[in-house]
Write a protein that binds this ligand. Structure first.
Ligand code: HEC
Ligand code: HEC
Ligand code: HEC
Ligand code: HEC
Ligand code: HEC
Length: 153
């Protein structure tokens, strides 16, 4: 138990992402949800977006109210606050990267290819490293543009 705690603590520190609530993707995917049920603009807009507390409460008004984490979730909802999730994938502001989900998802690239199997994870981890090299490689392979201005502001 203490060992497990230490492992969680260390990975949290390494990735710098102790989330305010431990949101398990795996148990939620077991409910038959799809990625876009929560990340609702992943196939239509630049950002995939994170779900609002209101969306969580569609289920957690009644479901699993005593489960660990759900009491905290309900507390956020009661106060009308969003959960301050810590971002898992994000580029340095200075790199001025322009990324657009829609174009990628619409051309048939799976979430898994760029994020790993998040649906199987208890804690979302940045298992795929995105660098300029990985972006450009795939663009060249798919005859997509490798112009600087396509990916940079
Ligand atoms: C071609 C690679 C690629 C694909 C495919 C992709 N993503 Fe992403 N995703 C990224 C990158 C890169 C970021 C970080 C973008 C940034 O910080 O500007 C990101 C960020 C996110 C975020 C953080 C919030 C946001 O809106 O930026 C979520 C949630 C997300 N992706 C979910 C998904 C889901 C769900 C799918 C499948 C429907 C998906 N992604 C497909 C590369 C991808
Ligand atoms: C479609 C209904 C549904 C939605 C929407 C939903 N949940 Fe859940 N959630 C469940 C169910 C069912 C369980 C119980 C799963 C189990 O015990 O196997 C659960 C369990 C949990 C748990 C307990 C931890 C665990 O290991 O199961 C947390 C925390 C949680 N949800 C947070 C959230 C958050 C945060 C959101 C919004 C981003 C959300 N849920 C949206 C159905 C939902
Ligand atoms: C019930 C709602 C729900 C579903 C369904 C869901 N997610 Fe999420 N997702 C979240 C929440 C809440 C977060 C923020 C907390 C976290 O990072 O663990 C998140 C975070 C993420 C992130 C990290 C975003 C970032 O950069 O901070 C990725 C990537 C992601 N989800 C991909 C997926 C994929 C792929 C699927 C489908 C296999 C999926 N999600 C299904 C609610 C959901
Ligand atoms: C797995 C392959 C793959 C990866 C990885 C990838 N891309 Fe792409 N990207 C594509 C393809 C294919 C297109 C062309 C889509 C089209 O023609 O509609 C594209 C198009 C784009 C566009 C144009 C979007 C638009 O709305 O016209 C931008 C911007 C972009 N990618 C940025 C990035 C960045 C930044 C990264 C790295 C974080 C990245 N891509 C990683 C395959 C990829
Ligand atoms: C397909 C997308 C893509 C293209 C095309 C692209 N870049 Fe990038 N570039 C990125 C991404 C993503 C990063 C951030 C990588 C990271 O955070 O590790 C980056 C990082 C950089 C950085 C480093 C910024 C910093 O603060 O460290 C520079 C400089 C840069 N790019 C210049 C260019 C130039 C010049 C071109 C044209 C010859 C170009 N890029 C073309 C995606 C791209």
């Amino acid at each position: 138990m203490r060992f497990l705690f230490l492992v969680l603590l260390t990975t949290g520190v390494i990735y710098g992402q102790q989330q305010p609530i431990e949101f398990p993707h795996n148990t939620h995917m077991d409910q038959g949800l799809e990625c876009v049920d929560c990340h609702s603009t992943a196939d239509t807009a630049a950002a995939a977006e994170l779900p609002s507390v209101t969306k969580c409460m569609l289920c957690h008004e009644k479901i699993a109210v005593d489960a660990p984490g759900v009491a905290e979730l309900r507390e956020f909802a009661k106060r009308g606050h969003e959960i301050p999730w810590i971002r898992v994938y994000r580029f340095e502001e200075l790199a001025a990267v322009k990324f657009r989900h829609a174009a990628h998802v619409q051309s048939g690239i799976n979430c898994v290819e760029c994020h790993g199997d998040v649906g199987e994870m208890t804690v979302a981890m940045p298992v795929i490293k995105h660098t300029m090299g990985t972006c450009v490689n795939c663009h060249r392979k798919n005859q997509a543009s490798d112009d600087c201005v396509v990916c940079h502001y």
